[in-house]
Design a protein around this ligand. Structure first.
Ligand code: ZN
Length: 132
């Protein structure tokens, strides 16, 4: 399936966190490398948006070198959750929806989705018969 705008595609992720819905837009380069992670500022959001913007920037550079390490660094636990982490977030996570303990954790989870997709694609290409 061919996409209409193959050049620099982007994906939007919505992660349920205690602070609200963390929306992240990831722009790719043609080879699947992250070009930029964007965080559109929201009116109604509890965490420091400057902090999240900073994290997005750092992640963009770090993920080019080592995505898995970046995920490890950001991944949160329940005891480090954002202040307003609640049952709704927890149940979203249990249902397999994108949810996170903290905003940093949310970014890590988005990166995780990207890594999984990339690996799936690589596997698919490896198992499909070579083109004649
Ligand atoms: Zn937060």
């Amino acid at each position: 399936m061919r996409e209409a705008f193959a050049f620099r595609p982007s994906k939007t992720f919505c992660v349920q966190v205690g602070c609200g819905t963390l929306r992240l837009i990831v722009d790719y380069k043609e080879d699947g490398i992250i070009h930029k992670i964007r965080f559109p500022r929201l009116k109604d959001f509890d965490c420091s948006q400057t902090m999240i913007e900073g994290l997005c920037k750092t992640c963009t550079y770090q993920s080019r070198r080592d995505m898995k390490q970046t995920i490890k660094d950001l991944k949160g636990r329940e005891d480090k959750a954002c202040k307003r982490f609640n049952v709704a977030c927890k149940s979203a996570m249990k249902k397999g929806k994108l949810g996170a303990y903290s905003c940093a954790d949310g970014i890590a989870r988005v990166l995780e989705v990207l890594v999984n997709e990339k690996e799936k694609k690589a596997k698919k290409e490896a198992t499909s018969p070579a083109q004649a």
